[in-house]
Design a protein around this ligand. Structure first.
Ligand code: 5GP
Length: 199
């Protein structure tokens, strides 16, 4: 019997190391696919259109909002970010687990629309790590860094609404915890009740 896929929402402040942890989960677990978001932010470093994000202009993004193409969206540090709906449901129907790297407002929208989604908040071992990691990336301007730090503080306050908190002091260890959460979530009665109700 093929099992239904899960929605796994991963949030955390910039600098928490979310994308490294997610990449490790994806390469260790072929049943997971990454939800590629659309954004109006320009590409950073080696980012490629259709790989990390779909890079679109504000006009295109606003037309996606209007036509209901997005499962959720939010404005974050001056740019739009949103999840195209169709690929998510295609993946779920193929039994894949879909991993989202999204911020807190979007995570709450997904929880509201899809109550079975598992929400994971990733943090570094201490808040001072965030500033260190943001500066170490050398990709954002000083004002963007300060904006991201301010945003990070308010994001911490929202972590209480998540289902799990993972501390990223070592990306492989954090990825193992995320994989353990996925395994446990797949055993929830909501997903497995068909095994008992048909008896
Ligand atoms: P970054 O610019 O560092 O790639 O991402 C900034 C923030 O936007 C991160 O917290 C990331 O998780 C979030 N983000 C990325 N894609 C989406 C999305 O589709 N929807 C929402 N709500 N947030 C997103």
């Amino acid at each position: 019997m093929s099992e239904q896929g899960l929605l796994i929402v991963v949030s955390g402040p910039s600098g928490a190391g979310k994308s490294t942890v997610i990449s490790k989960v994806m390469s260790d677990d072929p049943s997971c696919v990454f939800s590629i978001s659309a954004t109006t932010r320009p590409p950073r470093g080696t980012e490629q259109n259709g790989v990390e994000y779909f890079f679109v202009d504000r006009e295109r993004f606003e037309s996606m909002i209007k036509s209901g193409e997005l499962l959720e969206y939010a404005e974050y540090v001056g740019n739009y970010y949103g999840t195209p709906k169709a690929p998510v449901f295609e993946s779920l129907n193929r039994g894949k687990n879909v991993i989202f790297d999204i911020e807190v407002q979007g995570a709450m929208q997904i929880k509201q629309k899809c109550p079975n989604a598992a929400l994971i908040f990733i943090v570094p071992p201490s808040f001072s790590e965030i500033e260190k990691r943001l500066r170490g990336r050398h990709t954002d301007s000083e004002s963007k860094i300060l904006q991201r730090l301010e945003t990070a503080r308010s994001e911490y306050a929202q972590a209480i609404n998540y289902d799990y908190i993972v501390i990223n002091d070592d990306p492989q260890k954090a990825a193992n915890e995320v994989k353990a959460i996925i395994s446990a979530e797949k055993c929830r009665v909501e997903f497995r009740k068909k095994y008992v109700l048909e008896v």
